[in-house]
Design a protein around this ligand. Sequence first.
Ligand code: M6R
Length: 612
Amino acid sequence: MCGIVAYIGNKQAYPVLIKGLKRLEYRGYDSAGVAILNGDMRVYKRKGKVKDLETYAKDKVTRGSVGMGHTRWATHGKPNHINAHPHVSGNERLSLIHNGIIENYATLKEALIKLGHEFESDTDTEVLVHLIEEVQKREQLPIEEAVRVALTKVVGAYAIVVIDKEEPSKLVAARKASPLVIGIGDNEFILASDATPIVEYTQRVVYLNDEEIAVVNKSGDLQIKTIDDKIQTPFIEELDLNIERLEKGDYEFFMLKEINEQVKTIADCMRGRINAAEGWVNVGGVTEYYERIANAKRFIVAACGTSWHAGLIGEYLFEELARISVEVEYASELRYRNPIINEDDVIIALSQSGETADTLAALELAKDKNALIYGIVNAVGSSIARTTHSGSYIHAGPEIGVASTKAFTGQVTLLTLMAIHLGYKRGTIPRSYYLQLLNSLENIPSQVQEILDKNDQIQYIASEIKDATNALYLGRGYNFPIALEGALKLKEISYIHAEGYPAAEMKHGPIALIDENMPVIVIATNHSAYEKIVSNVQEVKARKGKVISIVTEGDKAIKEISDYCIEIPDTDEPLTPLLSVIPLQLLSYHIAIMRGCNVDQPRNLAKSVTVE
Ligand code: M6R
């Protein structure tokens, strides 16, 4: 949540900052602001999106080769100009941008008010810049030392950048539990919440670690220290990020681009990990810790949102194919229970961004209990990826639309590969079925394309149900998590209230909601419990519900009683989610577009939830 970017070097900072903020806007889009240093420090802030800031700053002075920018997802204080970052110290010497939450801000604020500080905003961040000002004034320290000492008094999460007008040739940055990447160019540095604003200037980056402070200056020096004052040697890494993947190309929205990319991203996730012709599957992270993983007493999946839905599919996969017992936990609940986690458990963290605060905290808790931590992550170099013992990247490329699509299918692909790998090696699936699954898995990308080719039909169905105020999604077995995911996709981008249920549970409550105005989306492919779900659809029809079914090609029984029916290609049951989710993604997308919603930046949401 919140995106931060800063520049120091020989270029004009403002265009670099604006471009960077647009790349980071997926992290929050309530308000945006910049501070530019050029003798004076000029701060421009606006409620709304980066383009509103751009319009506002159009006729203002933006010259200067040192600056920083922020795009906000409000935590403390409403989204307005005053609460927007950067925040400025009382003496107007310092300005600061922040991603995270200062938990003890109220106590600090009270103490600072007693010392005569006056506050303008309702934010926790403003307290931080006043605290640094106070330390700097009292102890007469250079800015980096003032920041370091001030941070020893702070409880919470932060990635910050600070500019000091009196020390104009440096930027100071620090992090704890919120990400910060430092791009190293030729006598220039670009600092940002992720690598996307950096990649077009340099491939060389340093990922700042927790409780580290960095000072970069115009002569090209980078120094890193810990908050307890130990000098660190920067570890420079090369980025592997293709700039084209950060652009919308011919698509109007990232979400549609990302839905269509799934043909490729699922194949990319499997690349080098499976070969059906040669009869092998190999997930590197599993091989590396095979004994511990294969002999685990239990897998505990920790995740949030869509990643949690992928985890539920993992439960079906691991239990059926590898006969390993699985528990799927909301990370936010797991971290605050006193969970029983043992050394022979494996914790699987699923996260697109690799930065979700609750997931990260749950992992750290499990690590303290000596469990093996396995990450399934999309964002390379992210905090979760760096916290785990082992893991696998899903290689979906940057996912920018707030609604997760290609990351979900990447996570499910990876879980499927792991389950087949473990099932075969543990002898819980016969070779013939193993080979069949490998073949079927290799066919998935082309089958996804077949579904994407039904876009016009799905768009038509969307036009028929777009005015609904509620929707119900039903599925059984592997398609139950897909019902949950379909409902989440619809509600988060179109603001239609939607619920996902196991089809049989409908009779225990939700059936009371069904009438002629209620679209009921039933995912009913031709596998186990098919006959049962036919009966569930009959029950919906008997109450005049409008049935939209997702069925396997050639289906008769459900097609006959549905109002609208989308056929998907046949595959083995454990692989069905990879196909059945695609029409639901498209359906939500079209409904949201028809309702005039901004699908890439739905209200109140942010892509990367780095606060709890
Ligand atoms: O980056 P993560 O996968 O950890 O994010 C988890 C959720 O915040 C995320 O899946 C969210 O639910 C999406 N908006 C769903 O589309």
